[in-house]
Design a protein around this ligand. Structure first.
Ligand code: ASP
Ligand code: MG
Length: 409
C-alpha cells in the first residue's frame, strides 16, 4: 500500500517524539508499504516565528511572513529525515518547492494548484521515505507561500490525492474525532467512522482536529482519511476515526456530534428599508472587505422595514461594524448594534437528512436549560444556534446528553 502519514506539531515537538515518529515511519515501511511523511513545525514554533515577526514589524509584509514561518517545517522535516536515516532506512526531507507543490500567490492562505507526483513516485520506487514539509508551497514565480494555520493537514491530503494513496493517516495528540470537545463534555466519545460531509460541517463549526480545507480536498478526491494518535498508551484507541463516504449505518444516526465556537460576533442593522438591493449592498460591502458572514436572519417587515442580523468572525468585528454603519446610513436604516459575546452550538448528523424533528428536539433541550436562542441556521445535516456566550458549555452538555451521545454506561 501507499500510505501518507502526517504528523502534527506535538507529535514532533521534542527529540524523543521525533525518534518515536521515525520508528513508526520505518516500521510502516518494513511492513511492506510505501511511505510518504508530511510534518508540521515543532509545536509552538509557528507561533514563535509569528511573534518574532510582529516584534520587528507591527504589520509584517505577507510575502516575508510566509518566507519566515515556512522555516518551522523545514526544521522539523530535516530533523525527522535524520532520525529515520539513523534507523537504517533511506529518507530525505523536501520543502514544498522541492516537490514542486505550486500554489496561487495568496500569501498566508494560498491554495494548492499542482504537485509533481512523478518525482515523488520515482523516489518511492527507489525505496525512499519522503519527508515533506507541510503547510508550504511556492507560487508560479517561486515565492514561498503558506496554506493557512493548520495547513499541513491540507498538504498531506493533497499529496495523498495526487498519489492516489491507499490511506492518509493524520497523526495528532488526540486519538480521533469526538462527539463533543472532551474538555467541555467529560463523557464525550470517540467516533469510529464519520462521513466527509459530517466532518466538513464539524470542521467548519469549530472542531479543530482537521483544517477545513483538508476535509474539502479529501471529499473531492475521496481520500480515505484517518485521524489517529501518535502517542500510544492506556486508553488510546489505535484505530482512531475514519473519515470516509457515508454508508447506510451512518444515516441511521440522527446526531453524530455537537460542536461549539466562541469566535463569532453578531451585528444587527435596525429598521432597514425593505426593498430590493439593500441586502446585496450590505453583504457586498462585507464581501469586498473579505469578511465572511455566517448566520443571517432577517425579520418579517413591519411598516416596510426589517431588522437584519448576521454573524462575522470576532476578529473582523470592528471592521464589519464600521462598514455596516456606513451602509446603514447610506440606505436610511435607523442604526447598527452588535454583540461580541455570542456563542454558537451546533448538532451534526447525516441522519437528519431523512428524519424530521431533530431541530425541534434541539430547541426543546435548550429551552429546558433556559437558554435563549438568538439566531438559527440549518443545512441538510446540521442545525446551529447562536446563543449568549456564557451558556455555551451548558448548551453543549445538554445537547450531548439529550441526544444520547455519551459513553454507553
Ligand atoms: N505549522 C503550521 C501551524 O502551526 C501548520 C500546521 O501545523 O499544520 O499552523
Ligand atoms: Mg493541526
Amino acid at each position: 500500500m501507499l500510505i501518507v502519514q502526517k504528523y502534527g506539531g506535538t507529535s514532533v515537538g521534542t527529540v524523543e517524539r521525533i525518534h518515536a515518529v521515525a520508528r513508526r515511519c520505518v516500521q510502516t515501511q518494513r511492513e511492506g508499504h510505501q511511505v510518504v511523511v508530511v510534518a508540521s513545525a515543532m509545536s509552538g514554533e509557528t507561533n514563535r516565528l509569528i511573534g518574532l515577526a510582529r516584534q520587528v514589524s507591527p504589520d509584517p509584509n505577507e510575502r516575508e511572513l510566509d518566507a519566515l514561518v515556512a522555516t518551522g517545517e523545514q526544521q522539523s522535516v530535516a530533523l525527522l529525515a535524520m532520525a529515520i536515516r539513523d534507523q537504517g532506512a533511506v529518507a530525505q526531507s523536501y520543502t514544498g518547492g522541492q516537490i514542486r507543490l505550486v500554489t496561487d500567490n495568496a500569501f498566508t492562505k494560498a491554495r494548492i494548484r499542482s504537485i509533481d507526483e512523478e518525482m515523488i513516485r520515482s523516489r518511492l520506487r527507489q525505496g525512499e521515505i519522503l519527508v515533506i514539509a507541510g503547510f508550504q508551497g511556492v507560487d508560479p514565480e517561486g515565492n514561498v507561500t503558506t496554506l493557512g494555520r493548520g495547513g499541513s493537514d491540507t498538504t498531506a491530503v493533497a499529496v495523498a490525492a495526487a498519489l492516489k494513496a491507499d490511506r492518509c493517516d493524520i497523526y495528532t495528540d488526540v486519538d480521533g474525532v469526538y462527539t463533543a470537545d472532551p474538555n467541555v463534555v467529560s463523557g464525550a466519545r470517540k467516533i469510529d467512522r464519520i462521513s466527509y460531509e459530517e466532518m466538513l460541517e464539524l470542521a467548519s463549526l469549530g472542531a479543530k482536529v482537521l483544517q477545513l480545507r483538508s476535509v474539502e480536498l479529501a471529499l473531492k478526491y475521496k481520500v480515505p482519511l484517518r485521524v489517529v494518535s501518535s502517542f500510544d498508551g492506556p486508553g488510546v484507541d489505535p484505530q482512531g476515526t475514519l473519515v470516509c463516504e457515508e454508508d447506510a449505518m451512518m444515516e441511521k444516526v440522527l446526531v453524530t456530534g455537537v460542536s461549539h465556537s466562541k469566535s463569532d460576533a453578531r451585528i444587527t442593522v435596525r429598521a432597514v428599508p425593505d426593498k430590493p438591493g439593500v441586502a446585496a449592498r450590505l453583504f457586498g460591502a462585507l464581501a469586498e472587505a473579505n469578511i465572511s458572514v455566517d448566520v443571517i436572519v432577517q425579520t418579517a417587515s413591519v411598516d416596510h422595514r426589517t431588522d437584519l442580523s448576521f454573524t462575522v468572525p470576532r476578529s473582523d468585528h470592528a471592521k464589519a461594524l464600521k462598514l455596516s454603519g456606513e451602509v446603514a446610513t447610506a440606505v436610511g436604516a435607523s442604526g447598527v448594534e452588535s454583540d461580541e459575546r455570542i456563542g454558537k452550538v451546533s448538532i451534526v448528523g447525516a441522519g437528519m437528512r431523512s428524519h424530521a424533528g431533530v431541530a425541534a428536539q434541539m430547541f426543546d433541550l435548550l429551552a429546558r436549560e433556559g437558554v435563549n436562542i438568538q439566531m438559527i441556521s440549518t443545512s441538510e445535516i446540521k442545525v446551529s444556534c447562536v446563543i449568549d456566550e456564557k451558556y455555551t458549555e451548558l448548551a453543549v452538555r445538554a445537547l450531548h446528553d439529550g441526544f444520547g451521545l455519551g459513553k454507553a454506561a
